[in-house]
Design a protein around this ligand. Sequence first.
Ligand code: 13P
Length: 258
Amino acid sequence: MTTTARTVIGGNWKMNTDRAAGLALARAVSDAAKPLASKVDTAIFPPFPYLPIISQALCDAGSSLWLGAQDCYHAEKGAFTGEVSVGMLKDVGVKIVLAGHSERRHVLHEGDDLVNLKVRAILNAGLWCILCVGEKLEQRVTGQTDTVNERQVRLGLREVSPDQLARLVIAYEPVWAIGTGKTATPADAQDAHFNIRGVLADMFGKDAAARVPIQYGGSVTAANAVELMAQPDINGALVGGASLKAEDFAKIIQAGAR
Ligand code: 13P
């Protein structure tokens, strides 16, 4: 299957930065992404409290960056203490939202049903969604990588319509590779991505599946980004640690534009 997907690079800041550092990082990333915007879509995912000020700064700079949120809650409003709705995110300029990040699944114990509700809420609101999937180490060593990915993709995308797929990105992030310095080999990552695209093709047809960007995530650095994104089914990267240093992240954006 020939991939026709655009390249999407995401910087997931997780629970890092403060107001001043976040603003400075957003401005530096924006400057780095602008000249490459025709070739690669770049998104940053700051912590919730900094979204409005960063949104304003990006707007003032005429930035090409997509403002992203790390999570959301699927209900529109109401008695959900501590949660943030998709409408609130949209209200402050968010364009793309993560759902089912590994830390949400495995630290905060979110299951596939909740992830699916979030995916649908994000897409129904007209925003872009990155559905994150990936196996744990014990699942990899027992040969369950593709089964786990398939289950998370199928359950995550339940009741998503074919036209909504145009605003979907999948991030394959093997749990054992996140924040550990261990990266999947480009060949292993390509295998997983190829299988994920096959699942999408089975659900939505080949052409639609070919257009969905599938990012790799898990210890992506300026050093390994080129080789990973040279794989035919790897259409970008979702970056944690290395997205906190503007220079390193700029090199990953450049790798995505090659
Ligand atoms: P690291 O790049 O720090 O391994 O994090 C990956 C990740 O979880 C991005 O969402």
